[in-house]
Ligand binder design. Structure first.
Ligand code: ZN
Length: 294
């Protein structure tokens, strides 16, 4: 507690004294541009990782960055979503999962949770669609690989849950809302963004238009200048076999066991340097994790 009190003093002395105008402005109302839904995990700081200021992100946090489907819970998530979109006019939602997520580990071992943490057990029922999908389609994976793909698929599941909210459904229909799926990598501080066209998690810059790209500091990544796209419903294994040439990343493991074993060769889950990721092609993994200039 002493650390927190000291922090309060430093906050007033350093931040408040240099941001008086902003704080005064915010006292009259908020106009955040983004609804940011992420995990309660202490290793994530939405404002820090996006380098945004107070007043810019409307945040919902809970164990596992879960969005209970409309009508499934009386918690604060639904009310916050409705308020963010209807009252604040927010037009962009980010669902941000993260590496090493304890909630997703729990989801993979639900049996143990029921006795030890019954409330967590109940909460994770809102991610049952993720658990079921993983169980039936990724059963041949284990350990860290299974956790990675669970984290990736759960973000997509929660985006689907978001779409069950009438206000979300309506704004998507009007083209006034975009939903993005992100994964924050704790070890590198990087974010990967889901690209529904590629059905893969890519560097987020790839989802910017040329105009939006202006002003970004050139990094080590090459943007593909693909237009920003609202998340479509994830393409799962059942419908995936119709398109064998589609780049397979999230789905690579399931496809590899069907007729697409060549995809596994093109996008091996394990890089030669020991890096392991199911949601990146080898090329992407090399580019992102090694930070090699392109
Ligand atoms: Zn987490």
């Amino acid at each position: 507690m002493k650390k927190l009190i000291k922090g309060l003093q430093e906050f007033r002395a350093n931040y408040v004294s240099t941001h008086r105008e902003l704080l005064e402005q915010l006292s009259h109302g908020q106009k955040p541009r983004v609804l940011f839904i992420t995990c309660s995990d202490s290793r994530i700081d939405p404002n820090l990782l996006t380098q945004t200021d107070v007043g810019e992100l409307f945040v919902i946090r809970n164990a596992g960055n879960i969005v209970p489907p409309y009508g499934a819970a009386n918690g604060g998530e639904g009310a916050s979503i409705e308020y963010a979109i209807h009252a604040l006019g927010i037009e962009q939602i980010v669902v941000c999962g993260h590496s090493h997520c304890g909630a997703m580990k729990g989801l993979l071992q639900l049996g143990k949770l029921e006795e030890q943490m019954p409330l967590v057990y109940d909460w994770l029922k809102h991610a049952e669609a993720t658990r079921r999908l993983i169980l039936e389609n990724y059963a041949h994976h284990q350990g860290e690989e299974l956790l990675e793909v669970t984290i990736a698929e759960n973000v997509l599941t929660q985006i689907e849950n978001l779409r069950t909210y009438p206000v979300v459904h309506s704004r998507l229909y009007q083209g006034k809302l975009r939903i993005y799926g992100w994964i924050y990598l704790i070890e590198t501080g990087e974010v990967l963004a889901y690209d529904p066209e590629e059905h893969a998690y890519l560097v987020p810059q790839s989802q910017l238009t040329e105009d939006e790209h202006q002003g970004l500091v050139p990094g080590q990544f090459v943007a593909t200048h693909a237009p920003p796209v609202a998340c479509e419903l994830p393409i799962y294994a059942g419908s995936f076999t119709a398109s064998p040439v589609t780049p397979v990343v999230v789905q690579s493991s399931a496809s590899a066991h069907s007729s697409h074993s060549t995809e596994q060769e093109k996008h091996p889950a394990n890089g030669q340097d020991g890096f392991s990721s199911l949601w990146l092609s080898e090329e992407q993994a090399n580019r992102i994790y090694r930070g090699s200039a392109q």
